[in-house]
Design a protein around this ligand. Structure first.
Ligand code: AMP
Length: 395
């Protein structure tokens, strides 16, 4: 069901507590190496500020122990980057529910913004302790969830804080609204043919996704290392490829459930070592010799997958077709990315590596939606409902 959006509420003079996902990658010196997550939250942030709201941003960064501040996980660099992106000052509170946060929030003027320190420095973020959640809730007039990357989690800033706000408005930001629109609504009522392309390292990470999508897609294409576990299930040989022997029975069940819908590779690009400079050969699927490992789908598979993808009206893609970080084993992923970009259907790219691949290959503008969430988009593709979203006001 559609949720009430930040654009539906009057923000003038109101304290808007917005949960964002500023969990950005950083280098060893703490410099942000990719600010995409901050940029993705800008539409909601600017909407509140331009309408005279007093904006309080909260996020986690990394995995601190939850027992107090840890300098390497501070959100300060994200506040600085946000100030650059907005072209206006952004204040930063050195705590989340302490005296600095309280002072900075109470002195906000209309159109001001403060970033609170990492919510995960507080034990209350994990255990949902009432004093912690209650304090954040009491400072705010409106709660907004624009943290798609964390929507599958039930930490306090996602669940206990909005619940503690009682009848005050609880809304989605533009980013979360868009993710729900594509990863949930579009998939529930797809234009057909509806094709899913699933790849990546491990079948175990995506069993529920494959199972759910086999129920709703017309075809599910499998690439990446997880294809080799399916190959084992069919009695094929996989050499020293990455396989999950304990998932072979499960792969057999998925093959039986999928029938003709499940499309497995017909050939494999192998190497004799995990390196771009190794000796290489293309072999038929399930015929990988001893001492060799599959590192990409082969050219024939790339052709078959591309032809299916180009005819699709709805496409969901999660996971690369091979070790795309290591050319020439990026060819399969590039071919599929090109086919997705060529298609005139709705194309939805799951987060994580497939989002990185589509960006890196320069196709991001040719697809309908690139999800910002890794785990969250996988959970949504599993058909899971999120408590953090369910509790928000309906439109
Ligand atoms: P995932 O996070 O499950 O989507 O997996 C992405 C990772 O799977 C990427 O780092 C790829 O390099 C890796 N991957 C894909 N295909 C293979 C393969 N054939 N052998 C080893 N790793 C692979």
């Amino acid at each position: 069901m559609a949720k009430k959006s930040i654009s539906d509420v009057d923000c003038q003079g109101k304290v808007v507590l917005m949960r964002v996902d500023f969990n950005v990658p950083q280098d060893d010196s703490g410099s942000i190496t990719d600010d995409r997550r901050i940029r993705m939250a800008l539409p909601s942030i600017e909407s509140v500020l331009s309408r005279g709201g007093k904006l309080v941003l909260m996020s986690h960064l990394g995995r601190p122990k939850g027992k107090g501040p840890e300098p390497e996980f501070t959100l300060k660099p994200t506040a600085e980057r946000l100030a650059q992106l907005l072209g206006t000052p952004v204040s930063f509170a050195s705590d989340t529910v302490g005296p600095d946060a309280e002072a900075k929030i109470t002195s906000l003027k209309n159109g001001d913004v403060v970033v609170l320190e990492n919510v995960r420095f507080n034990p209350g973020e994990k255990n949902g302790e009432a004093v912690y959640s209650g304090k954040l809730a009491s400072w705010a007039d409106i709660y907004c969830n624009d943290a798609f990357g964390t929507c599958h989690r039930e930490e306090a800033s996602m669940v206990a804080v909005p619940l503690a706000m009682g009848n005050k408005p609880k809304v989605v930001g533009f980013l979360v609204a868009k993710e729900i629109q594509y990863l949930s609504d579009t998939i529930a009522n797809p234009q057909r043919p509806f094709v899913a392309i699933l790849g990546g390292a491990k079948v175990s990470d995506k069993i529920n996704v494959i199972s759910n999508l086999l129920g709703i897609c017309d075809q599910v294409l499998i690439g990446g290392a997880m294809a080799y576990t399916f190959s084992l299930a069919q009695g094929g040989s996989t050499g020293k490829s990455l396989v999950e022997k304990d998932k072979v029975e499960l792969a057999k069940e998925l093959i039986a459930k999928g029938g003709n819908k499940l499309v497995l590779p017909v050939d494999t690009h192998c190497g004799d070592a995990f390196s771009g400079n190794c000796n290489k050969q293309v072999v038929a699927a399930g015929k990988i010799p001893d001492g060799w490992e599959g590192l990409d789908i082969g050219p024939e598979t790339a052709k078959i997958f591309s032809a299916i993808v180009e005819k699709a009206k709805t496409i969901v893609w999660n996971g690369p077709m091979g070790v795309f970080e290591m050319p020439p084993f990026d060819h399969g992923t590039v071919a599929v990315a090109q086919a997705v970009a060529n298609s005139d259907g709705i194309s939805i790219i799951g987060g994580g590596d497939s989002a990185a691949a589509i960006e890196q290959l320069g196709f991001a503008d040719s697809v309908t939606h690139v999800s910002t969430g890794g785990g969250a988009s996988l959970s949504m593709l599993e058909g899971e409902k999120f408590k953090a979203v369910e509790l928000l006001d309906n439109a």
